[in-house]
Design a binder for this molecule. Sequence first.
Ligand code: ASP
Length: 582
Amino acid sequence: MYRTHTCGELRIEHVGQRVSLSGWVQKGRDLGGMTFVDLRDRYGITQLAFNEEWNTSLLADARKLGREFVIAIEGEVIERSSKNKQIPTGEVEIKVDKLSVLNSSALPPFTIEDETDGGEELRMKYRYLDIRRKPVRDNLLLRSKVNLEVRKYLTDLGFVDVETPFLIKSTPEGARDFVVPSRMHNGEFYALPQSPQTFKQLLMIGGMDKYFQIVKCFRDEDLRADRQPEFTQIDCEMAFVEQEDILQTFEGLLKHLLKEVKGVEVGDIPRMTYDEAMEKYGNDKPDIRFGMEFLNMNSLVKDKGFKVFDAAESVLAINVPGCATYTRKQLDALTNWVRRPQIGMQGLVYCKYNEDGSTKSSIDKFYNEEQRVEWMKAAGAEKGDLLLILAGEDKITRKAMSELRLYMGETLGLRNPEVFAPLWVLDFPLLEWDEETERYHAMHHPFTSPKPEDLAKIDSDPGNVKANAYDLVMNGNEIGGGSIRIHDRDLQKRMFNLLGFSDEEAQKQFGFLMSAFEYGAPPHGGVAFGFDRLVALLGGDEVIRDYIAFPKNNAGRDVMIDSPATISGEQLTELSLAVTEA
Ligand code: ASP
């Protein structure tokens, strides 16, 4: 028998018992007449003791063990003389009387401990070794727990887990498709799903009523930090629902997860319209763990002789609490920060609200004390606060201010990962103008229903039509999004037209859905959560890579199996992909 217990299990109550354990050698400590070995498995670490007084040849064998050797031992649980309070097994050790080496190990390329010396790329290359480390292992265990809790919650509500195919035809979610050439059908391709969107709608037409799936999705997007070409969604759809039903159901899901996984109870999730989010935070996924809402200063500062503000479309400010004491150096650093190309502002104006009630700004030449105090009042500032002001074209300034706000929140420690502040963002615009293609694109996807009260505007003023679309945001991250769908054939057809599809193109790409709409499609709607991101946030992190067993790197490569890779000429020929010389 390899083991009677795991390496995380033995406690003081087990003293005197005979046990066998198996695992990996984390490290050994050789103290001359005795040697201690830390034995690790998924469950923890148990100390093994070897002593020349007990058995000299066993001690000699123990000394030969290298890091990551796989061993099995037998022995007696004894009380440790010097206890380690840091680990649950720290009060005991094993007096080993039998040792077998099950496998040796090459020297690992990085230390397999909580704090490792291995760089990211190296750890990705040897991911199976990285997974032996507690932080990575704990992330995967958390992921498994969240997965189970999602299933429990949804299954209790009557949701059915249905698998949808991976080899399909394009689903438009705004990215490029990954395609798979068909060998049997020369010159034809499958596309991998960007999401199961159309299938889940067809399931509603099929009467499944409540569907969910924890499912892989594939999007061939340009590389952005912390994006994975394949990722996992909790994908859901319900029939005979209005937006409110969806919000209630999935608010419940998030609350359930926070409670079961983190032991955190949150109250009702606040709601905000998209317009309000953009106005107050310059961002459709605001982090509401802290304030610093935008103040539009246009009416306070224009026409007072300061050209920069007069020329600006928007003058925006945030009030940073307690920072009036910022030094010249700190303010210069902030100015440089907003001037970086990623932020792209020309400069930063500040105004300090000193403790004595006086003010001091970088543009005192143009605005007197009385005016400056008025700004402070408008911003709801208190003595000791610092106003940071950016000016320029509205869209750019809003975006920059949003970044600055997050940066200040981070700097002031207001973005505590153990605090969870979810938020619903509602009433997204239906369409988004794309400068490049000079066309409207669906902001969510083409199956999203316009708000009925805005239907009249759909031809005359499409840019101002709002959708029955919503996002669930947490701590400045979008964790989920969805919409009430169009279930009427004619409206769906109009929508495709609006998005620039001719009738033939719409028919060719989505004829199956339009036909299905002819056979009694119920009203329906749904949502999908980014499972990787959700788990990362619950883990107190924002990097999703650390919560995926075998992730791709930032360049979309799997550096462990070395993929993507070329394929043989034969395969290319078989797939009719071989390039023939002209
Ligand atoms: N399919 C959508 C997405 O992947 C989610 C939804 O509308 O349910 O974002």
